[in-house]
Design a protein around this ligand. Structure first.
Ligand SMILES: Cc1ncc(COP(=O)(O)O)c(C=O)c1O
Length: 359
């Protein structure tokens, strides 16, 4: 399912006393801990382009978090992280398999195609908005390997948590990785909401990534309390040098890297990323638990992370908008609510009560 061109935020009624914002986790503030870390970094001079002390700590710190030697590249946006990471996994004539709802396919204006020099995204269907190993196996089997007029299978990209707030189980990723390995495909994970997925899985970052075959991760931070930094975390050391040049030549090597590094270090310090995601997921679960059974209201996807997709009649959608509830409309009768680390139980309860009034 793609964003509709007319998918606009719900607008608060002019007289509404309160506005409740479920449009996205991108609307969130930055965590106080992250702001504090940036202020602390804002002293004295520092060597630019990643040769500062904070940036130097990133690889070691994230290697502890992931229980493996990793290389971390701070990147300004999730889109750039995805496109750059994928550019290191495919030749320009390669095929990248993803779910049809994948952000790289629906919402990044061809960034992956641009930065890979023209690799082809192959969208596949899959229940629960997740790619399935069998669909990948079928697609690769009919790809035409070795036929010169066909794109050649090169990589697979999984979004964790998915665009519809569902979460891949570890055995599902392992099964995909097995298919990928047998055809020498590389595996990328779009982890714009990686922390939210981790909280749901209740496993370690290592278990959710390299131990099930992920070679490179777009590690989200901005949506969950960062100010303006995400990262590429590389597990496969063979990718690092190539990627470092790709990042530089596409203009993604920050001059004042220390401020991005400060955000990422603060984000994992004391498991802030998990605490923030736990809060956001908890709010989504509160919505799900309290609206189940309201006549005419259905779940378009199971609520497994911090997003709630609902189907409901247009008059109920209008009623929510009139009462100052903001959200995105994804299709006729389909809305998306996203819970944030800085959201409140009060707002969630107000939404539930507003929806119930029309029962
Ligand atoms: C699943 C997913 N991946 C990637 C991105 C891209 O992030 P950005 O908007 O920072 O480019 C988003 C943004 O909403 C997203 O939801």
């Amino acid at each position: 399912m793609t964003d509709l061109p007319d998918s606009k935020p719900g607008r608060a009624h002019a007289n509404a006393q309160r506005v409740i914002d479920f449009r996205s986790d991108n609307v969130a503030s930055a965590s106080p801990e992250i702001i504090a870390a940036m202020l602390e970094a804002n002293t004295d001079t520092a060597t630019p382009y990643g040769d500062d002390q904070l940036s130097a700590m990133l690889n070691d710190r994230f290697s502890e978090v992931f229980e493996a030697k990793v290389t971390v590249f701070p990147i300004a946006t999730g889109t750039a992280a995805n496109a750059l990471a994928l550019s290191a996994l495919t030749p320009p004539y390669g095929a990248i398999y993803c779910h049809s709802a994948a952000h790289i396919h629906t919402s990044e204006a061809g960034a992956t195609e641009l930065l890979t020099g023209g690799a082809k995204l192959i969208p596949l269907e899959g229940d629960g908005f997740r790619l399935h190993a069998s669909a990948l196996a079928n697609a690769v089997a009919t790809a035409g390997i070795g036929i010169r007029n066909r794109s050649q299978p090169a990589a697979v990209s999984l979004t964790q948590a998915t665009e519809f707030g569902t979460v891949y189980r570890l055995d599902e990723i392992a099964a995909i990785a097995e298919v990928a390995r047998s055809h020498r495909l590389k595996i990328h994970m779009d982890g714009a909401r990686f922390a939210n997925a981790l909280v749901t899985l209740g496993c370690s970052p290592a278990a959710a990534t390299w131990r099930v075959g992920v070679e490179v991760l777009s590690f989200g931070c901005s949506k969950n309390g960062g100010l303006n930094a995400d990262a590429i975390v590389v597990f496969n050391p063979d990718l690092v040098e190539d990627l470092s040049y790709r990042i530089r030549r596409s203009g993604h090597t920050w001059s004042k890297m220390r401020f991005a590094a400060a955000q990422l270090l603060a984000y994992v310090q004391g498991d802030l990323y998990l605490r923030s995601a736990r809060r956001a997921n908890g709010l989504a679960a509160r919505i799900a638990a309290n609206i189940a059974g309201i006549p005419g209201v259905g779940f378009a996807a199971p609520v497994e992370a911090n997003e709630v997709y609902l189907t409901l009649p247009e008059h109920k959608i209008d009623h929510l908008i009139k009462n100052g509830i903001q959200f995105l409309r994804r299709a006729p009768r389909l809305i998306r609510l996203v819970c944030r680390f800085d959201g409140s139980e009060e707002d969630v309860d107000h939404f539930i009560a507003t929806l119930k009034v029309l029962e």
